[in-house]
Design a protein around this ligand. Structure first.
Ligand code: SF4
Length: 228
């Protein structure tokens, strides 16, 4: 069928209820044991899979234990240590710079506000939201990654196109208490069923409320283009 509920709020509630049943253990999949490790892992995870980041971080976190270790690290050596990660040169440079700022301006502690976090090198609003939510238990926004962006549009929950605009839009219709779960459930669904290129609509728990369902829609609302 693929007919969304009448209001966007109802669509959000229905989708969240169904995805919560489908993915009861939904949570962040990066592995870390303190705020600094979380920050490093999230910076590394941009355009890279969490599995690869976790594999690299297992050794990285043994070698570098605090902000000073990263701040004083040799650029080439740190880049080599993370060389299986996408954009490893840039990310090594971001991490060294962010850790220098953490030492000089925040007494060696990962800051706990959106404005201070986004001033660190390599930290945009998405990264800051993850660090705030999982490192400080502060939920200031909704993390909009590629899965949230794609699936929110496919489900007719938003028509906005950029992560920043999508986040603002979602914050108006998703109950605040579900902001964190929203992201993790959409990421789980994006990995398990609603993949970018080949979503498995015939086996999707949202099929009957999804206006992009390949079973009866010609158009992928995420891209606005005809399904290939
Ligand atoms: S898998 Fe198909 S039916 Fe399910 S949410 Fe994605 S596009 Fe919609």
């Amino acid at each position: 069928m693929g007919t969304p509920l009448e209001s966007r709020e109802d669509q959000v509630a229905e989708v969240l209820d169904r995805l919560s049943e489908e993915y009861p253990d939904s949570s962040i999949s990066l592995r870390y044991s303190n705020r600094l490790e979380l920050l490093i892992a999230v910076i590394l995870s941009a355009q890279c899979t969490d599995e690869r980041v976790n594999a690299v971080c297992a050794d990285l976190f043994e070698k570098y234990e605090d902000a000073a270790d990263y701040a004083e690290a040799d650029q080439e050596e740190l880049a080599e240590d993370i060389s299986s990660i996408t954009y490893y040169n840039n990310k090594a440079s971001y991490i060294r710079s962010a850790c220098r700022d953490i030492i000089e301006e925040h007494d060696g502690e990962v800051p706990d506000t959106m404005s201070e976090l986004t001033e660190l090198a390599g930290v945009g609003r998405k990264t800051a939201n993850v660090v705030l939510q999982h490192g400080h238990d502060v939920v200031e926004g909704i993390v909009v990654d590629t899965h949230v962006q794609r699936i929110s549009r496919r489900l007719g929950i938003t028509e906005e196109e950029t992560p920043e605009r999508i986040e603002e839009d979602l914050m108006e219709i998703v109950p605040r208490g579900r902001w964190q779960a929203f992201t993790h459930l959409f990421i789980d669904h994006g990995r398990a069923r609603c993949t970018a290129r080949n979503p498995d609509c015939s086996d999707c728990v949202l099929e009957d409320v999804c206006p992009s369902s390949k079973l009866d829609s010609e158009v992928d609302l995420a891209s606005g283009e005809v399904w290939s």
